[in-house]
Design a protein around this ligand. Sequence first.
Ligand code: HEM
Length: 476
Amino acid sequence: FFHTDIPEGLRRLPGPKPLPIIGNVLEMGSKPYLSLTAMSKRYGHIFQIQIGMRPVVVLSGSETVRQALVKQGEEFAGRPDLYTFRFINDGKSLAFSTDQAGIWRARRKLAYSALRSFSNLDGTTPEYSCMLEEHICKEGEYLIQQLNNVMKADGSFDPFRHIVVSVANVICGMCFGRRYDHDDQELLSLVYLSDEFGQVAGSGNPADFIPFLQILPSPTMKKFMDINDRFNNFVKKIVSEHYASYDKDNIRDITDSLIDHCEDRKLDENSNLHVSDEKIVGIVNDLFGAGFDTISTGLSWSVMYLEKVGLDRTPVLSDKLNLPLLEAFILELFRHSSFLPFTIPHCTTKDTSLNGYFIPKDTCVFINQWQINHDPELWKEPSSFIPERFLDTDGTEVNKVEGEKVMIFGLGKRRCIGEVIARNEVYLFLAILVQKLRFHAMPGEPLDMTPEYGLTMKHKRCHLRATMRVRNEQIT
Ligand code: HEM
């Protein structure tokens, strides 16, 4: 890469000088979203680093990222072949694998339409507008009950521990047609211990780029493999139960609908693209994984910010007026925490150029969402938490244009397919929580808001207290 010929008229990418063997790993440090943001100030919105022996292009700045992921979407839509990605979903993940474009596109379309149809399905009673709403409202009620019980028994609770089960139950309901008890050890062992997954799968893990690190024993890597194994076995068991009880005339959930797709396709002699049954039904693995970790991380952060900054600085008259503030709070939570600091790494699908710089085929590309969300060119006082920045002047409506500047779901061809579900789910769970509970830090234990770097950044595990809101009390 460094020695490749640059086609005439194009420039070579700027960037820090790499050391032999390790490249720029030391400059990247343990918080790459901060170090790569600092480098973007020095080298511009497109620059190149080297991790180990491998060059990586880092994109920042809203315009540059939009140019790459939207206007030149096809050229930047690949995924790099990274060591750790091979363990996710047995190397057959929709989100992380190096599937060729046609296969990835077909799987993504299927995943998207299964998600959409099972969240939009009618609820079991007219009280609910759709299945997604029904699952969230019911799980929200259980969550409040659960937190109340734990408060009574222990006097405090770990927010992530309980939120993650409720959120997992929503996606389990849609994918597998079942929910789990808050004390179910099998589910807890999957969802509560998912930190190492994010730590290993985060952008810039040196083990992905420096081969000798892959053979050194690493406790985090071992846990990562263990989580993937447990996860895959959990899903495999449910999938085989679904195969055993599959009934074409009674499609119960997303797993059934994917099995049904495989069966239908066998009748379709014209289909020329062959995607294996395993890769089709394996889509539930991605949906389940992406569907609980991201949303529970976001909600758990919400509770931390609620305690720390409150949601009650603007005097409001009624619940109705309060809802835009809740929406603005969530946008500010997404922006300020940027708990998905980078998208999943991308990869160029052919030789290309961006803003006059040459980028060869198969180059790994990091998209720094954190930088866009903290860019002083885009935001006034980017490091302050100010939900009102998203409200119009009289505070009654969310400013959509401002809201769209926040980048946490990626953009373009690889944009998150769970975005609508995620936004609705965070909103509804949070509305239920703030309507019923007030959160307080434990006396003498200030909350630590420093994120721990990973694919999804988590806050440190902590304990909070909750008190029931008095009925009809306004949030003022
Ligand atoms: C991909 C964010 C919830 C399914 C992504 C990406 C981001 C993201 C940043 C990578 C985009 C890229 O590589 O350019 C989030 C956030 C969520 C969330 C912040 C919650 C607040 C969900 C949910 C689901 C989901 C609920 C499904 C139930 C997926 C899938 C992909 C993806 C399947 C891979 C798409 C592909 O590679 O083509 N998400 N996500 N996500 N997300 Fe989400």
